[in-house]
Design a protein around this ligand. Structure first.
Ligand SMILES: [Zn+2]
Length: 86
């Protein structure tokens, strides 16, 4: 069982969350389709620590940025998406 320490709700099972993919900066207002293609479709397949975005869909409904080791599932950091310590 994987538990995420939500900053608003405390420790919760991942069944309350929805995975939203890797946490990465969105392209600017640039209408360049190539930058949007890279943002939407190019993803690293990391065997190690990855920063992911999760949505607490059955809780506070916050988006969270989580650093998780993709092999061991160890979570080392949880913060609100877009918070200052990114
Ligand atoms: Zn929450």
């Amino acid at each position: 069982m994987l538990v995420i320490e939500c900053p608003a709700c405390g420790p919760r099972n991942t069944s309350e969350f929805s995975f939203s993919g890797p946490a990465k900066a969105r392209p600017g207002p640039d209408p360049n389709p190539e930058s949007w293609r890279r943002y939407l479709y190019e993803q690293d397949n990391v065997a190690g620590v990855a920063t992911e975005r999760w949505f607490h869909v059955n809780g506070c409904r916050l988006f969270l940025d989580i650093e998780r080791h993709t092999v061991t599932n160890e979570i080392t950091s949880v913060r609100r998406a877009g918070s200052a310590d990114e």
